[in-house]
Each structure stands twice: as C-alpha cells, then as structure tokens.
Design a protein around this ligand. Structure first.
Ligand SMILES: Cc1cc2nc3c(=O)[nH]c(=O)nc-3n(C[C@H](O)[C@H](O)[C@H](O)COP(=O)(O)O)c2cc1C
Length: 390
C-alpha cells in the first residue's frame, strides 16, 4: 500500500502487516498472553468522550510543546523500541531521522542495534532509555556515553524485571536472539520486499544487526553464558538504583512504567524530573491497569512538581488531546511509528508522526483549543443524568 493511501495509523499497521514476516509483525503488534492490557489501553481512550468548546476563534493554532526545557513540534516523543532495526534496513536511524524531521524527541532503547552517536547524527532531540542489567557496570557505561553525547533525558524503564509471557513468539519460533529457523526462513520468502530490502541487505553488509550495548562474548560456551548472565535484565532493580542514577545523570531523569500514585510521589521525592505512566503498551503484565484510566491519580500525586508523560495505546491525535486533558504534558508512541517505519522506512515513520500531529491539530480546532495549555479537564465529558452510558 502506498503511503499516500495510508490515512491513519491503522492503515500503516495494515501496510506493515503486509510487508513483514508474520513473527516480526506479531512482535510489534501483539503484547503478552491474551493481549488484555493492550486491548484495554485502546478501550480506555475510546471510551473517553469530549465536550467541545465552540465560538472560539481557532484560526491560529499551535501544537508546540515544551518538554524538559526543550521546544518540540508537538507533545510527543518516539518511545524506545529495541528491534526497530529489524523492521527496515537501519530502521532505528530511519526512525530518528523521521523524529528529527517531525521535530519530536527520539528515545534510544538499551537494546538498540545502532550506535548512539550514529543515531544522534539524525539531528533529533535524543532521550536515552535504560534497562538495568545484572552487571550494572555495563548499564553505567550507557549512562556515561549518553552523558558525553549530551542527550536530553534518561528514561529508566522499571516495569520489566522479567519479560512478559509471549507465547505467540514461541509458537512462531521467533525468539531472541534472532537466529534463522526454517519457519522464519519460509515466512521471509513469502515477504520478498522484507527479505531483499532488509534481511539480505544486512547479510550483504556484514550480518544481521546486533545489540550494540552488549559486549561481544568470547568464542566458547562458558564465555557466552557469562555474557548472557551479565546482560540479563536485573530482577533486583530498586529505588537505590534510581537514587544512584540521580547522582550520575545531570539532566532530565524520568522513570518509565509506573502506575501507582505513591511511586509517582517517591520518584518526585528522589529528584526525578518526570514519569511515564505506562504499562509498556500491554507487553509485560497482561492484567495491568491502563495508564489513561490512572492518569488523573498520577497527576494528582505529582502535583506539578515533575513532568507527567503517558504511553500505551496512543493511535490518534485525539488520544494525545485526551491525555493532555487529563493532566499529562505529553505522550510517547511505540507501535504507531513502528508501523510507519515497517511500512515505508523514514518516510513511513514521518508519515505516522505527521498523521498524529495533524489529527491533534484538528482535534484542538474542533474542541476550541488554540494552544496546549488551553486543553483542560473540562473537555472530558462525564456522564450526565439521562445520558446513555457508552
Ligand atoms: C517492538 C517494541 C519494542 C519495545 N522495546 C522497548 C524497549 O526496548 N524499552 C522500553 O522501555 N520499552 C520498549 N517498548 C515499549 C514502548 O517503549 C512503549 O512503552 C509502548 O510501545 C507504548 O505503547 P504503544 O505501543 O501502544 O504506543 C517496546 C515496544 C514495542 C512495540
């Protein structure tokens, strides 16, 4: 499907589905177990209704936003997504260039397959995401590098002591490390544009991408097992880690993946500059509550002392407006730009971001808002007496 025939994020999703082998598409699109949290994230946004303000002169509008002291074209950042490089040849760099063109921040994943400095060359405002590994010296090295490169924010993901249960990946035999299996090879041949344009292009240029933050293990099995242990997700991340990172990181420090007001308060007390209210796009705990439902309580707990961002389920510009109406300063988008990059590389990712910006702008006009600070809680309809519940 041509990009100019993709009129919304769902169209880009369908285009991505056609291009990618089944397992890779599922890796973006699905979540964990029964996909309850993923679906509920969408339901949360869908069930919110807006009360538009009318008779407001909205001829002049701006979606510009200030996040951590920096101005961006809209209140949105591209969320971290480890394997973006598998969806398009050098897909991470493509996504970062799209973010630069759209004037929004790009978040580099700890599992990035592209060097941090190379991504920074895109010219995008860069945020660095951090998972803590068993060997903290390896993750400290990422922080030091991000500091050297003067990235704007460090986003510490705290909702992943273990990965979510993703049975579909096991069924498809599509599990990291992304080694070839017969099934995967058969799927690849059924998707020649991906096979030629991504997989074979990598193979012709030195091999499939690897996680650049993981040092190469020695050749023998014992060395490989030791490296796997050192780079395993730490199951022992605590507030002490956050306090330590606060000492090590001079710029905006943000905790991603909390849903409880008392944790929001503690993050602020420890000196964090922001939180991302997130259930990881439903990819970890399948019965997790939805960030959009919890947002008001999280905003109240933070009480204006830090920046509240939200992710999980944003697919429309109206979703962004709803999050802002409920008190967020901005959103992260994970799958939306990934569908775009898988459908059409940098142009596809940029198309996704532009769709979201123009939808936000249109929703602002339709609700009587000229600037982001005019988006308020009064725009959210509460059920009135006699009104049919959705
Ligand atoms: C393919 C994929 C890979 C992801 N990898 C990471 C990651 O490396 N680090 C992280 O903190 N979150 C990761 N996430 C979660 C996103 O950053 C974000 O929280 C989530 O996608 C938001 O939900 P949405 O996809 O509905 O927008 C990933 C999400 C996807 C879809």
């Amino acid at each position: 499907m041509r990009l100019d025939r993709c009129f919304n994020i769902e169209d880009l999703r369908q285009a991505a589905k056609r291009r990618l082998p089944h397992g890779l598409f599922a890796f973006i699109d699905r979540a964990t177990e029964d996909d309850l949290a993923r679906d509920r994230n969408r339901e949360g946004f869908r069930s919110l209704r807006l009360l538009p303000r009318t008779l407001v002169d909205v001829a002049e509008r701006s979606t510009e936003a200030l996040l951590f002291g920096h101005r961006h074209a809209m209140p949105l950042a591209v969320a971290p997504a480890g394997p973006a490089g598998l969806f398009w040849y050098k897909g991470e760099a493509a996504l970062a260039r799209a973010a630069a063109a759209a004037r929004v921040p790009f978040t580099i994943s700890t599992y990035s397959t592209t060097e941090m400095a190379e991504i920074a060359e895109s010219g995008a405002a860069i945020w660095q995401q951090l998972y803590l590994w068993n060997d903290r010296s390896l993750t400290d090295a990422i922080v030091a590098r991000a500091r050297e490169l003067e990235f704007q924010a460090l986003i510490v993901t705290v909702d992943t002591p273990v990965l979510g249960q993703r049975e579909y990946l096991q069924r498809d035999r599509f599990m990291p490390p992304w080694g070839p299996s017969l099934g995967a090879m058969a799927e690849a041949t059924l998707h020649p544009r991906w096979l030629l344009g991504v997989a074979l292009r990598y193979l012709a240029n030195g091999g499939l991408p690897r996680v650049v933050n993981m040092p190469l293990p020695g050749p023998d099995a014992a060395a490989q097992a030791e490296m796997a242990r050192r780079t395993g997700l730490s199951q022992s991340v605590t507030w002490d880690d956050i306090a330590r990172l606060r000492q090590a990181w001079p710029r905006a420090l943000v905790i991603k993946g909390i849903l409880r007001p008392e944790e929001a308060e503690r993050a602020v007390a420890l000196g964090c500059d922001g939180i991302v209210v997130s259930n990881h796009g439903g990819r970890n705990l399948d019965s997790a509550a939805s960030p959009i439902d919890l947002l008001p309580s999280m905003v109240a707990a933070v009480g204006g002392r830090a920046t509240v961002l939200l992710d999980s389920g944003v697919r429309r510009g109206s979703d962004i407006l709803k999050a802002l109406a409920l008190g967020a300063s901005g959103v992260l988008v994970g799958r939306a730009p990934l569908y775009g990059v898988a459908a059409g590389g940098e142009a596809g990712a940029l198309h996704a971001l532009e769709l979201l910006r123009s939808e936000l702008d249109r929703t602002m006009a339709l609700t009587g808002c000229r600037k982001l600070d005019e988006i308020g809680a009064d725009l959210i309809a509460t059920p009135l007496a006699g009104e049919r519940q959705p």
